[in-house]
Design a protein around this ligand. Structure first.
Ligand code: C2E
Ligand code: MG
Ligand code: MG
Ligand code: MG
Length: 285
């Protein structure tokens, strides 16, 4: 697209052209530098899986965690997944990285379960990973190798994943479901899918995006979340509310019969040691 951008910039005159190419060069440079570093991140042990607890509203127990990837860059320090996941997806690096996250998260969960903690784990699955023809086999192999029963794994897909190359994606998700893995629709409400569309998707869980939770104390927002959750329940799906930060939001969610919450109100994502210290020792056994 560099050519197109230059053409457009040229049309606007020389100054714009200069400005535009400089800005673009910088962007491309930053990206390719980051891309180079990302290639080495895995072998340099710069990646770490953090865990954010999910609370069962009824029992007040942590029953699940979401695995969230962290990159400790040697010079830049912490780089956000919002920045590097898209690069990993563009370059295909998401394949080895995504597999590593899945394996790490499953191993850790197996370990916690062996210690007597009744936990499941959610792992984000990129639509690029779902384009891999061997993805279903790869996921099954990891679970079999680690000996984690598939019902203790949830794969989170986004709405955009759910609607791209529909038939193929649905088929793979269905195969995973038949194997026993749970599928969650992440960030629900930010994409294009309608409520009725939910019923045609091979999913078990809906995660209502934090943008709806932000002002849930507002009456209209509350009604929206209420109807989403009612419809989800009526077609047999479980509901998770994401991004709960305050007690008031938690109270509203509780009153709507939503079964699980995740958010800073409970905890930020934590390294495994801190997860153990704060949530697992003495608790949940
Ligand atoms: P996500 O899957 O929707 O994960 C939830 C994000 O919301 C996380 O951001 C989490 O830290 C943040 N969050 C949780 N509770 C709160 C809250 O109460 N308030 C606010 N403001 N934020 C909250 P994070 O860890 O920065 O990850 C961002 C996104 O990057 C994830 O969104 C996911 O789409 C992607 N991502 C992270 N790890 C992976 C991975 O291993 N694989 C793939 N494919 N994507 C990943
Ligand atoms: Mg997620
Ligand atoms: Mg989300
Ligand atoms: Mg997200």
């Amino acid at each position: 697209y560099a050519d197109l951008a230059m053409y457009k910039a040229k049309e606007k005159g020389r100054n714009n052209y200069q400005f535009f190419t400089n800005a673009m060069n910088e962007e491309i440079l930053t990206k390719s530098l980051l891309e180079n570093d990302l290639r080495k991140a895995l072998s340099n042990n710069e990646l770490e899986v953090y865990y954010q607890p999910q609370l069962d509203v009824d029992t007040d127990k942590v029953i699940a965690t979401e695995a969230l990837l962290r990159w400790h860059h040697p010079e830049k320090g912490f780089v956000s997944p919002m920045e590097f996941i898209p690069i990993a997806e563009e370059t295909g690096l998401i394949m080895p990285i995504g597999e590593w996250v899945l394996e790490e998260a499953c191993k850790q969960t197996k370990k916690w379960r062996n210690q007597g903690h009744d936990l499941t784990v959610s792992v984000n699955l990129s639509n690029v990973q779902l384009m891999d023809n061997r993805i279903v086999e790869k996921i099954k192999d990891i679970l079999l190798k680690i000996k984690l029963e598939p019902q203790y794994l949830t794969l989170e897909i986004t709405e955009s994943t759910a609607i791209t190359s529909l038939k193929d994606t649905h088929c793979k998700l269905k195969q995973l479901q038949l194997f026993g893995v749970n599928i969650a629709l992440d960030d629900f409400g930010t994409g294009y899918s309608s409520l009725s569309y939910l019923s045609s998707l091979p999913i078990n869980i809906v995660k209502i995006d934090k943008s709806f939770i932000n002002d849930i104390t507002d009456k209209t927002k509350k009604e929206i979340v209420k109807s989403v959750s009612n419809i989800a329940h009526s077609i047999g799906l479980k509901v998770v509310a994401e991004g709960i930060e305050e007690e008031e939001q938690f109270t509203v969610i509780q009153s709507l019969g939503i079964e699980m919450i995740q958010g800073y109100y409970l905890s930020r994502p934590l390294p495994k040691e801190e997860m153990e210290k704060k949530f697992l020792n003495h608790l949940n056994k």
